[in-house]
Design a protein around this ligand. Structure first.
Ligand SMILES: *Cc1c(COP(=O)(O)O)cnc(C)c1O
Length: 407
């Protein structure tokens, strides 16, 4: 059943098959490589893509989160709710500001913080200064209530700022609205393996002029206007003022040139990832020893950054053996995530106990993400699915398994 010819299918592969080189060449020939006209254009087009009033480009998703939290006034001693099922960046930025992350368990199947989880956390830990929902894998959290109150409603009731971690969620929608114009601010990542990349990069989007203004100043040393404007406007004096001890988080025009081209391809790349997800959902649906991601939004509203599965208790192989075997067959996989309550720094500092995160623990025992990216072919997808079946099905079940079964 397994093809004998070995394939090499990496976990992720970025594709630069558009005008990337030409736009980068333009930047180089212009002689201005740091933040400048390409960054300004990228911001304008990105703001439009997510229907936000403001988009501020920065040099990482982590910088975006840091600046957004700073702009809503998170400071020493404040509490900020974050899911435990996320990358450390979501929580480390809280520490940058001297505030403390409070880790929340997530929902099985989606790895999202639900409105119920948020409400319970408020009862248990009190009202935090801010909450960072992570749109895990590219599926929007329940920002607006489907039955009762949504995350936004609950946050409004208590005056909690919502800073969205949308590192996985471009382009994605929540009940018809683009992720990027819902919370107080939304933070995107253009890291190398995200749904679109600038090599390294990030973006803060917001509808708040106050937040936009603060992010704009703090991303570049606390200077009250950016240097390109300073040097390009005739009659503007050289002089500038520093109004805060800001950071050095601005995006270069080289990165923005990449971003402009990737942005144009974002919709088609997303469609290609959706095709991968549909293949997996179809081809893996019969395997009872794995749990597929629960899809709560229309397929086309999901950015399909990840395809995370969970090897459940009935699975004949452990997660780590599964990863090793897949690797031996040429298939790269990854784990999203080892929950933060298990990481030494957070575990020690906040005396975190595994039993307080039963769902994240259940996910963690078997979670593994399969390759998903636009250039995957149907043959690649079939190869991965057949390997998963061979490793996870019981001997009985595997006799009747056929990826081409029509149901
Ligand atoms: C990648 C990622 C980030 C950080 O983005 P960088 O651009 O790498 O700084 C933050 N949160 C989540 C959930 C991520 O996956």
């Amino acid at each position: 059943m397994i093809e004998t010819s070995q394939r090499h299918i990496p976990f992720f592969k970025a594709v630069f098959d558009g005008d990337e080189l030409r736009l980068i060449q333009e930047v180089l020939e212009s002689g201005w490589v740091t933040t400048g006209p390409k960054t300004a254009l990228f911001e304008e087009q990105f703001a439009e893509a997510v229907s936000a009033k403001y988009a501020l480009a920065v040099n990482s998703g982590t910088a975006a989160l840091h600046l957004a939290l700073e702009a809503v006034g998170v400071g020493p001693g404040d509490k900020v709710f974050v899911p435990t099922m996320t990358f450390t960046a979501t929580a480390e930025v809280v520490r940058y500001l001297g505030a403390d992350p409070v880790f929340l368990d997530v929902e099985y199947g989606t790895s999202l913080v639900t409105p119920d989880i948020l409400s319970e956390a408020i009862e248990r830990y009190g009202v935090p200064k801010a909450f960072i929902p992570v749109h895990f894998g590219g599926q929007a959290a329940e920002m607006f209530g489907m039955r009762g109150k949504g995350l936004v409603d609950i946050a409004k009731d208590h005056g909690i700022a919502i800073i969205e971690d949308a590192a996985h969620a471009f382009p994605a929608r929540c009940q018809g609205r683009m992720i990027g114009n819902i919370g107080d601010a939304t933070c995107f990542s253009f890291y190398a393996n995200k749904t679109m990349t600038t090599g390294e990069g990030g973006m803060v989007t917001t509808n708040s002029e106050t937040i936009a203004q603060r992010v704009r100043i703090m991303r570049l040393h606390g200077i009250d206007r950016d240097s390109w404007k300073r040097y390009s406007q005739i009659g503007v004096p050289w002089e500038y003022d520093v109004v805060a001890a800001g950071y050095k988080y601005n995006m270069s025009d080289i990165a923005a040139a990449l971003g402009l081209v990737q942005l144009q391809k974002a919709a088609s790349m997303k469609e290609a990832r959706r095709r991968c997800a549909e293949h997996y959902l179809e081809q893996l649906g019969e395997i009872k020893t794995i749990d597929l991601p629960a899809v709560r939004v229309p397929m086309e509203d999901h950015s399909w950054h990840l395809f995370p599965i969970v090897l459940n208790n009935d699975c004949p192989i452990s997660r780590n053996d599964f990863i090793r075997k897949m690797n031996e067959k040429g298939v790269g996989t990854s784990v999203h995530f080892k929950p933060l309550h298990r990481m030494t720094y957070y575990k020690r500092r906040y005396s975190l106990k595994e039993e307080n995160f039963p769902v994240a623990e259940r996910i963690w025992r078997g979670n593994v993400s399969l390759p998903i990216y636009p250039s995957m072919t149907n043959e690649d997808l079939r190869y991965v699915s057949e390997l998963v079946a061979a490793l996870c099905l019981s001997p009985d079940e595997s006799k009747s398994y056929n990826v081409d079964n029509e149901r």
